[in-house]
Each structure stands twice: as structure tokens, then as C-alpha cells.
Design a protein around this ligand. Structure first.
Ligand code: GLP
Length: 234
């Protein structure tokens, strides 16, 4: 695991965007796993700004978002579909059919999870996956206790995760989500994890300790040969 401690959230976002863009330049057809949440917002801003200068940045890129809430429509302000449009997809030249997000409003979410896993495999698997870090150590929506060989499935969100994500839901935070599994993440060729701010300090220290346990999902990343962790305390 390769650790980089950055001086600020800005510097972390810049480094994340550099790694993101370098991966696209190396392989313009790369398959990316993409996170939501507050942490990657400025990284996406920087990617958008760079791609406004570089024509056809995302033309052949394929993306798979890591997760989505169950039971909310794509138009809901709290949906990750809306988030991705607002922060990335509306501003780059990605083919809409190449930008995959689990459909949390699907009639049959179990069928949707199987379809999503198949779509990742059909695209050749994830090339680079960018991850945030939950303060309880979750990656995507894989909460503590998740088996490391888990695949895309419906999960029940913990109360702490629901509280952390309450702002866009006016008190009605979904109870369930679709998330790609830890096994799915570990099959990505490379992984970059971004963790920023005082609220993440304990989780960052626990990850850094090197203890590998399903009680702390991010620790699964120690089993992967190509992981970069970007941290900043502000
Ligand atoms: C959310 C998302 C995760 C994200 C994490 C951290 O619940 N499902 O994919 O990485 O929590 O979010 P934030 O960056 O807002 O702290």
C-alpha cells in the first residue's frame, strides 16, 4: 500500500485528479470505478476543468459507480445518479451508455445487482477504482462485517452511515443501498482511496495499523497489490 499524506484537501483533490487523468491518458478506454460523497467533489471539479482543455477526454472511458440508494428515483436530489450528473457527467464527453450507476429504483433489485456485476465483467473488469472512506471504515456501502469476497448486492445501511448522509434527504434517509462488493473492488487492477479531514482521522489510523479484519472493511485493501491511499488532515 502506497501512502501519500497531502497538506490540505485541495492538494489531495489535485493529486487524486492527477492520478485519475493519468489513467485515462495511459488507456483512453479505461474502465473506472467511481465514488460519491463529499470527499471526491473537488477532485471531480479538477478533472472537469482539465477535460475542458483536453478535447475528447472521456470519449471512450467506461465508468461504474460504486453504489446507489435503494428506493429513490434518479431524479431525487440525494441520488448518486444526480450527484454524478452534477459533479462530472454533465461536463465531460462521456457516452451516457458508458456511464453505469446501479438502478436503486429497479423493480427487482436482486436482478439489478446481478446485471450490474455482469456488466462490469462484460466491460473487462474495473481498471482503476477510486474510493472514499466511511468513518466506520466502509468502502462503497460495504459496512463493517462484510465478507471480503462479497459481490454487488443490496445492503442495509448502518445508523451512523445514514446519519452521515442525511443532509439531502430531509430526515428520510434510505435504509438500503446497492453496492458493489469488496470482492468486486479487489478485482480492480488498481485502487486509489481518498480520505480527508479530522472526521476520518481514526479510520485512517486504523487502516494504517495494517490489521486486516472484516470488522473494518477498508482493511481488505491490504490484500491488493496496487493501492494508493491519499490522506489529508484538513
Ligand atoms: C458514503 C458513500 C461512500 C463514501 C463514503 C464517505 O456513504 N457510499 O462511497 O466513500 O460514504 O463519504 P464522504 O466522502 O462524504 O465522507
Amino acid at each position: 500500500m502506497h501512502w501519500q499524506t497531502l497538506s490540505s484537501y485541495d492538494a489531495l483533490s489535485e493529486r487524486g485528479a492527477d492520478l485519475f487523468l493519468a489513467a485515462i491518458r495511459r488507456d483512453p478506454r479505461i474502465v473506472l470505478g467511481l465514488p460519491t460523497g463529499r470527499t471526491p467533489v473537488r477532485m471531480y471539479e479538477r478533472v472537469v476543468a482539465a477535460c475542458a482543455r483536453e478535447y475528447h477526454c472521456f470519449r471512450d472511458v467506461v465508468t461504474f459507480n460504486l453504489d446507489e440508494y435503494v428506493g429513490i428515483e434518479r431524479t431525487h436530489p440525494g441520488s448518486y445518479y444526480r450527484f454524478m450528473k452534477q459533479h462530472l457527467f454533465d461536463f465531460v464527453d462521456i457516452e451516457p451508455t458508458n456511464a453505469h450507476i446501479p438502478n436503486g429504483a429497479a423493480q427487482d433489485t436482486i436482478v439489478e445487482c446481478a446485471r450490474y456485476e455482469r456488466a462490469i465483467a462484460a466491460a473487462g473488469g474495473l481498471g482503476l477504482t477510486l474510493l472514499g472512506l466511511g468513518s466506520n471504515g466502509h468502502i462503497a456501502f460495504n459496512e463493517p462485517g462484510t465478507p471480503f469476497d462479497s459481490r454487488t448486492r443490496v445492503v442495509t445501511l448502518t445508523e451512523s452511515t445514514r446519519a452521515a448522509n442525511a443532509s439531502l434527504f430531509e430526515g428520510q434517509v434510505p435504509t438500503h443501498a446497492i453496492t458493489i462488493g469488496i470482492g468486486t473492488i479487489l478485482e480492480s487492477k488498481s485502487i486509489v482511496l481518498l480520505a480527508s479531514g479530522e472526521k476520518k482521522r481514526a479510520a485512517i489510523e486504523r487502516l494504517r495499523s495494517g490489521e486486516i479484519t472484516e470488522a473494518f472493511p477498508a482493511s481488505a485493501l491490504w490484500k491488493h497489490a496496487n493501492v494508493t491511499v491519499l490522506t489529508s488532515m484538513t
